[in-house]
Design a protein around this ligand. Sequence first.
Ligand code: PEP
Length: 253
Amino acid sequence: MRKRIVAGNWKMNKDFQDAEDLMFEIADELADKGSGETEVIVCTPYVYLEMSSDIAAENGFMVGAQNLSQWESGAYTGEISASMIHSMGISHCILGHSERRSYFGENDKIISAKVDLALKNNIIPIYCCGEVLAERQAEKHFDIVRTQITEALFHLGKEAVSEVIIAYEPVWAIGTGVTATSAQAQEMHAFIRSLLTEKYGSDVSEEISILYGGSCNAKNAAELFANPDVDGGLIGGASLIAADFVTIVNSFR
Ligand code: PEP
């Protein structure tokens, strides 16, 4: 059975006190509403990982990082390595987010190195892929996503790739309030699963959770999550409001 997962991506938001308050609010909401079978991960800024993972561990959910360095260790001022993140007890890390690709020039080769370092350090990558609007309008979205999946993941063996969580995030839907339709999400998720089946077989592809990300909120999550190949969501803006985030966690039918 594939895992149902809802992960929050706080991005570069909240000062320390607000971040701590939000973690406690999420814990309280989860205690009130429960989370069913859904795995809950909150990806907080690096500087809050210790605080947030302590609160999460006491309240039955998990914390992830939002990035890690493509290098193992050494003279890379300002960088944070996979082994540092692992040594803080952090289990997950978002990799390949479109904001990293577009603002920080991360390409599939760099992201692939990060995926390897994450796995080597027992961190589960939440690997993001997705096309920009012009690519969808030119009907290139399947080619783009195929390339992103192939170049960043297909050097992995069956065992390693089975650890990865994939997030399909059409860039035109991220932070815009425009969501992919339920049919568009299902179509791309089924396509990604078919690529995984072709390469690794259905025993592997049927075990990999594929999350949808892009203006998913408390109102539209249930419809998106009702699709057979949508195993949950990667949530940006709505993860900053505890009640909305936990409503999304409980949006599986
Ligand atoms: C994201 O950045 O991963 C994301 C899905 O953002 P939002 O939910 O705000 O569109």
